[in-house]
Design a protein around this ligand. Structure first.
Ligand code: BG6
Length: 474
């Protein structure tokens, strides 16, 4: 399906997110022929320092050149650039934005749908929502809201109330770009359409689960955002917990937005509140010396933790989560580890002890991703000795045409189609803040770790008697 005609207003249009993801993503959608015929983007930002229309188009060109998948050239680029306009807005003067939106709507013709994307830092959410609410801009409009949604339960509830004063829930799209990744969606088909996997996806067969998202990049100068956020709020309570929702949920009654969100929310309701004793917070060496960072900062640039889901499917199965900046590799992995057969008959050919005996299913949800099953097999030769074998399904090598969209591209499209299946619900988010309360009120001190490592020492203790699968797969 193609979305109806749209005018998309991006608040924070000159910011980091618009530059890295939104503008390049929109250009990719345009090139792929997925945008509606009538489409305009109105960039917005406070009047102080705001670009002219020509400057904004040049800004977009540079953004696409640096971060896009195809260069900003040719007739395709010209047409896209012409769809970009700009209108500054401040709480006491939304005039230029109103004018730009009206002009864009006239250019599209008819009654295009209005969609706002709040690509602004968390501290600016409320004022933008109030500004939109006070103008006539919000009538019938939809809104995309960035994560993290609040910084704790109380602030998430307050933000929720402010949003709902302007937009009813059916028009709110809380984005978590991990849910737009192809392999995350594929977790549903993997689990619920395969007799090979569906019956074993539970505590009878799975001993523990890891959701591991190390990043090689550091905070890349984003001290202002990061100091007020930290890895737990930036990555864990958002992306990693949402992934956990997909991995752990029950089959939905039907594949629609309400059922899918309800099943993920049920997982969150069953999450046991986080025990701070099961959390390792870390900070990479040199973080406190970065410009804009408090020299005594307690902000986590790394968090690893163990959580448990108290329901019939998962009782007793630990879920180990890790994410952090300035680590050895950038990966996106979910690894399920299976229980061993009741009796051991075979000697192992290789070193590695107990961990090497476990079968695993590892889902790599990089773009494009892969799925690898690891199991034991007989080593060729006159002896009965076992070693580990691997079977991998690779997205990149498996399909002749690549129709893949990146997370933001897919989700921008879904929001234009009005489908909330891959967006987070207010109930789910509030519950996630609720289970995080014990950690937020009583955080363990940050432990230092070397850049390029896998995190502080304490993380090994956290997963005992198990091991982290990265970096060497066991
Ligand atoms: C963003 C975080 O939501 O996700 C960033 O704010 C992080 O800090 C990024 O680097 C990671 O996304 P991806 O898709 O590149 O793994």
């Amino acid at each position: 399906p193609r979305p109806e005609n749209h005018v998309l207003v991006i608040f924070g249009a000159t910011g980091d997110l618009a530059r890295r993801k939104l503008l390049p993503g929109l250009f990719h959608l345009a090139k792929a022929g997925l945008l509606p015929d009538g489409f305009r983007v109105v960039g917005s930002a406070p009047a102080a320092g705001a670009p002219s229309e020509a400057e904004f188009r040049e800004h977009a060109r540079q953004a696409v050149a640096e971060f896009g998948r195809t260069p900003p050239e040719g007739p395709g680029w010209e047409a896209f650039a012409e769809s970009l306009t700009f209108g500054a807005a401040d709480p006491d003067d939304v005039g230029p934005l109103l004018d730009a939106v009206r002009a864009a709507e006239r250019a599209v013709g008819g009654q295009p749908r209005r969609l706002f994307h709040l690509a602004v830092p968390p501290v600016a959410f409320s004022s933008v929502v109030r500004m939109v609410g006070a103008s006539e801009l919000s009538d019938d409009a939809r809104v995309i809201v960035e994560k993290p949604f609040g910084t704790d339960l109380a602030s998430a509830r307050a933000l929720q109330a402010e949003l709902h004063a302007v937009f009813d829930e059916s028009r709110v799209f809380r984005i978590d770009h991990f849910l737009g990744k192809e392999s995350v969606d594929n977790v549903l088909s993997l689990r619920f359409s395969n007799g090979l996997f569906e019956p074993i996806w539970n505590r009878q067969h799975i001993s523990h689960v890891q959701i591991d998202v190390p990043e090689r990049i550091d905070i890349q100068g984003r001290a202002r955002f990061f100091e007020g956020t930290g890895t737990f709020r930036d990555m864990i309570v958002t992306h990693l917990f949402q992934l956990l929702g997909f991995v752990a949920m029950e089959p939905p009654a039907v594949l629609d937005a309400d059922s899918l969100r309800a099943e993920r929310d049920k997982v969150f309701r069953s999450l046991r509140p986080i025990d701070p004793a099961h959390v390792v917070r870390g900070q990479y060496e040199g973080y406190r010396a970065e410009p804009g960072v408090d020299p005594a900062s307690d902000t986590d640039t790394f968090t690893a933790l163990r959580v448990e889901i108290d329901n019939w499917r998962w009782a007793g199965v630990p879920f180990h989560l890790r994410s952090g900046k300035a680590l050895a590799e950038g990966r996106h992995m979910v690894t399920l580890s299976f229980r061993q057969p009741p009796l051991r008959m075979f000697p192992l050919a290789e070193h590695g002890g107990e961990a090497a005996r476990s079968n695993t299913l590892a889902i790599d949800f990089d773009d494009p991703g892969s799925i690898t099953a690891r199991f034991l097999t007989k080593e060729p030769g006159p002896y009965m000795r076992l070693c580990t074998a691997e079977m991998t399904f690779d997205y990149a090598g498996s399909f002749s045409e690549d129709h893949g969209l990146e997370g933001y591209e897919r989700l921008l499209l879904e929001a234009m189609l009005g489908d909330q299946a891959l967006f987070t619900s207010s109930e789910g988010i509030e519950r996630l803040w609720e289970v995080s309360e014990p950690l937020l009120t009583n955080p363990p001190p940050v432990e230092s770790y070397a850049r390029g490592s896998w995190g502080p020492e304490g993380i090994r203790r956290l997963v005992r008697p198990h091991h982290w699968y990265l970096p060497d797969g066991r």
